[in-house]
Ligand binder design. Structure first.
Ligand code: WQD
Length: 340
């Protein structure tokens, strides 16, 4: 298949490009590079041994998006592009709604005009909101979210479900990620957050490589085994494999809309993750327990049964694998990707 991957220069997008190419598909990337560096593409071409055509524009531009689909033929789209910082979305809600919803409207409109019938969408476990019973199951309702970012994911899931229900020519996979971490085992691509990392593992990695002084642990008074929050961390390589499995399954998928959790089904605490990283890096990671972060839930993880039964997919990499691969990437790229 010829697959357009939006946000293909981003963290999860880039790892998915590698696996989709390795599976024998042709990949084209569209990315506005607002949160990724062009040098990612050089790394992807080195890893895949093939040319990766790139279109650098914002998908909210309907004319450019229409022109792309008029000029090129695609069999499927994997849509990663979007703003994704929970905290930032609270400060800039309009930008998040305009960008995340607008890019999806523009993309799906062009897909339908040009007969592109398969869409894999990057959703998030955040759509389960604060009240879903753990482990999270795909049939939970009502979907809610505690941030404008999360609400864009809930809204886009509804939009795509309604459009697919109305258009027999469109099949959609909604993939709900838990906590993606890790890096390609080559150490040449990985997570490269701009500025101070919001997320746990990139921050730990920057402490380990000497860019940050210590980790602030946001609270150790939660009702969990060691008092710190537990999350379902999934290796980005397993996540990429889940996208490939969903893409492959869409052709034969019985329903217009298919929802799958991509998680391991296991919770890991902040301190467990910190100690796993110390093992991977072979060094102590200094930390200080500080106050709780607003909005954090004590513990949640996926029920990954549905993806296993319907996609034949399951996460295989361990937390130690995730830390070892992250450390290899961070050691080789202490300041992330080069600017040029
Ligand atoms: C994990 C745990 C923190 C940083 C977020 C988004 C979610 C998804 C994944 C997009 C929490 C603790 C963190 C630090 C810490 N993103 N922590 N010190 O919040 O589970 O999920 O990323 O889809 O939508 O909400 O991930 O890595 O930010 O936090 O103690 O410096 O680590 O309190 O318990 P989170 P996280």
């Amino acid at each position: 298949m010829r697959v357009l991957i939006s946000g293909g220069a981003g963290y999860i997008g880039s790892h998915t490009v590698v696996q989709v190419v390795a599976a024998g598909h042709d990949v084209v990337v569209v990315d506005d590079f607002s949160n990724a560096k062009p040098t990612v593409i050089n790394r992807l071409e080195a890893l895949t041994g093939t040319h990766i055509p790139v279109h650098a524009f914002d998908l909210t531009d309907r004319d450019k998006t229409e022109r792309l689909f008029a000029d090129e033929r695609f069999d499927a789209v994997i849509h990663f592009a979007g703003l994704k910082a929970v905290g930032e979305s609270v400060d800039k809600p309009l930008e998040y709604y305009e960008n995340n919803l607008g890019s999806t409207f523009s993309l799906v409109r062009a897909m339908r005009r040009h007969g592109v019938g398969k869409l894999v969408f990057s959703s998030s476990a955040t759509v389960y909101g604060d009240h879903a019973p753990v482990p999270y199951r795909e049939d939970y309702e009502p979907l809610a979210a505690a941030s404008p970012y999360g609400r864009t994911k809930v809204m886009i899931e509804h939009v795509l479900s309604d459009v697919a229900a109305a258009d027999p020519g469109l099949k959609v996979a909604l993939l709900r990620y838990f906590n993606p971490i890790g890096a390609h085992p080559s150490g040449t691509i990985g997570e490269d957050p701009q500025g101070i990392p919001n997320n746990l593992v990139p921050f730990i990695a920057q402490v380990a490589v000497g860019r940050r002084e210590k980790l602030n642990v946001f609270g150790d008074d939660y009702p969990t085994a060691d008092g710190t929050c537990e999350r379902d961390y999934i290796h980005v390589e397993d996540l990429a494999a889940g996208h490939l499995a969903a893409l492959t399954a869409l052709e034969a998928a019985p329903a217009p809309v298919n929802v799958w959790n991509l998680g391991t089904g296991t919770g890991t605490s902040v301190l467990e993750m910190l100690h796993a990283f110390e093992r991977a890096a072979g060094k102590e990671i200094p930390y200080e327990v500080v106050g709780r972060r607003a909005g954090d839930l004590p513990a949640y993880w996926a029920d990954p049964t549905k993806a296993h039964e319907e996609l034949g997919w399951r996460a295989t990499r361990t937390v130690d694998d995730m830390c070892a691969d992250t450390w290899r990437w961070q050691q080789g790229n202490p300041n992330g990707y080069p600017d040029a």
